[in-house]
Write a protein that binds this ligand. Structure first.
Ligand code: ADP
Length: 489
């Protein structure tokens, strides 16, 4: 967007070195409203391209992301502090999702016939999913490519224009993505960027957008819903999690330990669907724990994961560890002193009371609590005793499906970590404090579209029901027909 009258700016820093990555405008409420106004024209033009016209452009955007992957990953790594391999992982997944949304939008959202039913058999019924118009996307910093594109790609494929507000910690990555899009869609600002802090995001949630897709904390999600309520603007909220892993007595313990260590510590634990709690069957608890400890001892901050991207998170991680230890918990790796100025050493906590902060609140750091359970019923009960319900993982040879279905979370992976995130056809979203609405998959496309129902009369009905000329005979006939059809029991 034009930044001619933006007065304030802010710097984005490399969290490992404090080096300035770039300087960005703090967009005002007026500027956000102007962007939304421009997006309305862009939305009409973009919708007019139809599914195949949009698919061409989205495929070209995808091509740029894939060809310039190294450049993108370097920027993600510099701005978040994560290793380039992790930057690549999130970017690759984002490209897969973009490809899926592009390829499937027509099939999922295009016009489909529906049965008109017996009483209205003279009608042809159909439903199509039309674009909403302008979607505001407010993004987080922990996965600055994968997470916002989980909304942006699906919203664009569904025919909407998007005004995207990246996190104040990752504006450079946001700019890169939007600039790449403008190369393939130069005609209209179909995907625009607004940058700034909370108030810029708040301005977007007050603006005349047709939907808001938010990823961030539940507390900010609440504020956004409150703002959106003024215009009855619908919202999709992807908030945090306190994701559990269940380890059954017949589990592959090596795989379960590996998944726990990766799930808890990769990206320095700054993952909404990262592993925060483990409930392991008492018959395998000791052996599993020994494997987790051995693997954790090999994890090196600064090499396997980066610094905390957001410095204010350090105090929260420190508080959760201190609370766990003060209340009888023990740190088998890390613990007191694990939290440094930028980096946090991986921390494995056991014997932590279930009502402590480390078990109940989202830590968003490289820590994990591991608890022993008598059986998998207790594991399910404890896993579900949480305000959050984003992801979960089950390691079990025989009961994986059964346990997965009983977990109160939006998605569950069985015998592998995070697999649901990479499967583009699966919806992703939360329960409770983890939010609501779904991104990804068919549900993610429909989230950014409005069902339009059309009933077209093909011939005059033999029974005229919607007319003042309706006769007593017709009414009697319909009454009989219905009791025949539905009144048998
Ligand atoms: P996190 O703690 O993960 O950074 P936040 O919920 O604070 O999560 O921020 C996520 C996104 O929401 C960021 O882009 C941030 O600028 C934006 N944001 C913060 N406060 C508000 C608000 N009141 N209204 C709208 N967006 C906001």
């Amino acid at each position: 967007m034009t930044t001619a009258h933006a007065v304030d700016t802010f710097d984005s820093l490399n969290p490992a070195t404090d080096e300035v990555i770039g300087t960005f405008p703090v967009h005002t409420a007026d500027q956000v409203e102007e962007a939304v106004a421009r997006a309305k024209d862009a939305a009409a033009w973009w919708a007019g391209l139809g599914f195949s016209g949009r698919a061409d452009r989205l495929a070209a955007w995808k091509g740029i992301l894939a060809r310039r992957l190294t450049e993108l990953c370097k920027l993600v790594s510099e701005e978040t502090g994560k290793p380039t391999g992790d930057a690549q992982l999130e970017s690759v997944l984002a490209i897969e999702h973009l490809a899926w949304a592009t390829k499937n939008a027509h099939r999922v959202l295009g016009r489909k016939r529906r049965s008109p039913g017996l009483l209205l058999a003279n009608q042809a019924a159909s439903v199509e999913y039309q674009p909403l118009g302008v979607v505001g996307v407010i993004g987080p910093w922990n996965y600055p490519v994968h997470t916002p594109l989980g909304s942006v790609s699906y919203a664009l494929a569904a025919g909407n224009a998007v005004v995207f507000k990246p996190s104040e910690y990752t504006p450079a990555v946001g700019t890169w993505l939007v600039d790449a899009f403008a190369e393939v869609v130069p005609e209209y600002p179909v995907l625009q960027l607004v940058t700034g802090f909370g108030p810029t995001g708040a301005a977007l949630s007050h603006a005349e957008v047709d939907k808001i897709a938010f990823t961030g904390s539940a507390a900010t999600g609440r504020k956004i819903m409150t703002a959106a309520a003024k215009r009855l603007t619908p919202v999709v909220i992807e908030a945090g999690g306190k994701d559990p892993v269940l380890v059954d007595e017949d589990a592959d313990l090596d795989a379960a330990a590996e998944a726990t260590v990766w799930g808890a510590f990769s990206n320095a634990g700054q993952t909404c669907a990262g592993v925060e709690r483990v409930y392991a069957h008492e018959r395998v608890y000791d052996e599993f724990l020994a494997k987790v400890v051995a693997l954790t001892e090999q994890v090196e901050p600064g090499q396997d994961y980066g610094p905390m991207t957001m410095p204010s998170q350090l105090a929260i991680v420190r508080r959760h560890i201190a609370d766990a230890l003060a209340r009888g918990g023990r740190a088998l790796v890390g613990g007191e002193g694990a939290v440094g100025d930028r980096y946090v050493r991986p921390t494995v906590l056991v014997d932590v009371p279930e009502d402590s902060e480390a078990v109940r609140e989202e830590t968003f750091g490289p820590t994990v609590t591991i608890a022993k359970v008598a059986d998998m019923d207790e594991a399910v009960e404890k896993a579900n005793d949480s305000a959050y319900g984003l992801g979960s993982t089950v390691f079990s040879r025989r009961r994986g499906m059964e346990l997965a279905r009983r977990l109160r979370t939006g998605q569950t992976a069985i015998n592998a970590p995070f697999s649901f995130v990479g499967i583009a056809s699966l919806p992703f979203g939360g329960v409770g404090e983890s939010g609501f609405g779904r991104i990804h998959g068919e549900e993610g496309l429909r989230e950014f579209a409005r069902p339009k129902a059309i009933a077209r009369q093909r011939f005059t009905a033999p029974l005229a029901l919607t007319s003042f000329a309706r006769s007593a005979k017709t009414e009697a006939l319909v009454g009989k027909l219905i009791s025949r059809l539905h009144g048998r029991r």
